[in-house]
Design a protein around this ligand. Structure first.
Ligand code: LLP
Length: 437
């Protein structure tokens, strides 16, 4: 891994000294290189534009949602995938164009659907029969209309961790294609005047390295669309193939190559359309990880160091599964460097432990680092996706701060949580004391 550093041997992120950032903002600290986010976003938009394909790139905000992040997504002309009222609320606060927001979720609440309808968002990705009925009633009540995509599970098992697989038949998401469930959903929507079905959606999983699953899904969606055209005269304007583009976390990962993916996908879409004489639909995709994943590093201070002779050396940092749940949840692998010793030679293999009271709170097993000591700064790479967004307060650790760097400048975009923040929602309970007196 060759990373930039200055003459003091300090890691540079977006041209800024990472160690000085920790002095200003403390640790643990997420640092996003905004230029990298923009590059990633532009690559997605460009790859379809260059091939003359009408497409929408919707940033899956679950990967990292904050007002600042959504402002960047807006500047880059992305659309937005939100999965909750909280994500929708954040998008509205970021002044994200409502017509470019798509709402997902396998159990959307009445409040969520009402907010989406009242705000007039671009489309809702309908997931189940209950939701169709709720939405119908809300639209009737408010005398409004809504564009929707029908989320289907095409029965495809992408090769990834079980917890982030979503396209297989046995899934909590969407309507199953093979059992006739999707047909029944189609019929119910077709009979509803206020809901306009503009196309189909599927998401086969996350951190996918091969294009073949996306192509198989495309074939299956076309087959369904054709059936519905024959039966009901339905023509889909949109084919949404979800997100899931794999990125490189470690040198062992061989990420999905974007141009090859777009090339193969567009060929498949054109071919499927041509053999059926079907109008070519707009392609929508929803990358999350591939937009922000490699754009951030997390900076930690190294504290205790424990060596079990002949067995292992543990170095503990001041964060862990509270700011990065992925190793504990998915056995996800990461690489790390010592941000204040970038010019030092590799010295030994160590394992990086978090500080939660939980043996599974290990950030990295076996990583080669220079000789480390207390107060060194460890930088864990590619933590931009599903790091901060899945952070939590286990052991009552306050959430980390987030900084954006761009053009040689840095700016705090999410403050570090304080202990007052942690207790803000706590209410005291004194009933027991009263009964004692
Ligand atoms: N669209 C839909 C419908 C999704 O469910 C997801 C992710 C995405 C797009 C974005 O997927 P991406 O391009 O980021 O892979 N917490 C897990 C990932 C869960 C993803 C859930 N859905 C992780 O840390 O790996």
């Amino acid at each position: 891994m060759s990373l930039p550093y200055n003459e003091q041997g300090h890691l540079l992120i977006g041209g800024i000294d990472a160690v000085s950032l920790t002095e200003t903002y403390g640790t643990p600290l997420f640092v996003y290189d905004v230029e990298r986010i923009r590059k990633n976003a532009r690559a997605f938009v460009k790859t379809f534009e260059e091939r003359g394909m009408k497409a929408q790139v919707a940033y899956a905000s679950k990967a990292f949602s904050s007002v600042a992040m959504l402002q960047v997504a807006k500047q880059e002309n992305l659309s937005l995938d939100v999965v909750s009222q909280g994500e929708l609320y954040t998008a509205l606060k970021a002044d994200f164009p409502v017509e470019k927001i798509h709402l997902h979720g396998n159990n959307k609440s009445v409040d969520e659907l009402e907010m989406a309808v009242e705000q007039g968002i671009g489309c809702i990705v309908v997931d189940n029969f209950y939701e169709i009925d709720l939405l119908t009633a809300i639209l009737e009540d408010k005398q409004k209309e809504m564009d929707v995509l029908l989320r289907v599970t095409p029965g495809i098992e992408a090769h990834t961790h079980d917890y982030i697989l979503t396209g297989q038949e046995d899934s909590k998401f969407g309507f199953d294609l093979s059992s006739g469930q999707a047909d029944a959903a189609f019929e119910r929507i077709h009979a509803t005047e206020r809901i306009h079905l503009i196309g189909l959606h599927c998401h086969i999983g996350s951190q996918i390295f091969e294009t073949s699953g996306f192509l198989m899904a495309t074939k299956k969606l076309f087959a369904s669309m054709e059936e519905w055209r024959v039966k009901y005269g339905f023509i889909a304007d949109v084919l949404n193939l979800g997100g899931g583009f794999g990125i490189r976390y470690t040198k062992d990962d061989d990420p999905l190559e974007l141009d090859a993916y777009a090339h193969a996908l567009i060929n498949e879409v054109n071919e499927q359309a041509a053999v059926r004489n079907y109008p070519i639909p707009e392609i929508w995709i929803e990358p999350g990880r591939a937009i922000v994943g490699d754009a951030a590093v997390t900076l930690y201070s190294i504290g205790s160091i424990k060596e079990i002779p002949g067995v292992r050396k543990y170095i503990s940092v001041d964060g862990g599964m509270t700011d990065n749940l992925r190793p504990a949840l998915y056995h996800a692998k990461y690489e790390a460097v010592v941000a204040n010793q970038m010019d030092a030679p590799v010295h030994e293999k160590v394992s990086v432990a978090g500080k939660c009271c939980e043996s599974g709170d290990m950030l990295i097993w076996d990583v080669e680092l220079p000789e480390v000591s207390h107060h060194d700064i460890l930088a864990v790479m590619s933590t931009g996706a599903y790091g901060y967004s899945m952070s939590n307060n286990y052991n009552r650790f306050p959430r980390a701060a987030v900084v954006f760097v761009e053009n040689g400048e840095h700016q705090l975009v999410i403050e570090r949580e304080s202990y007052e923040d942690l207790l803000r929602l706590d209410c005291s309970y004194k009933k027991g004391e009263e009964s004692l007196t």
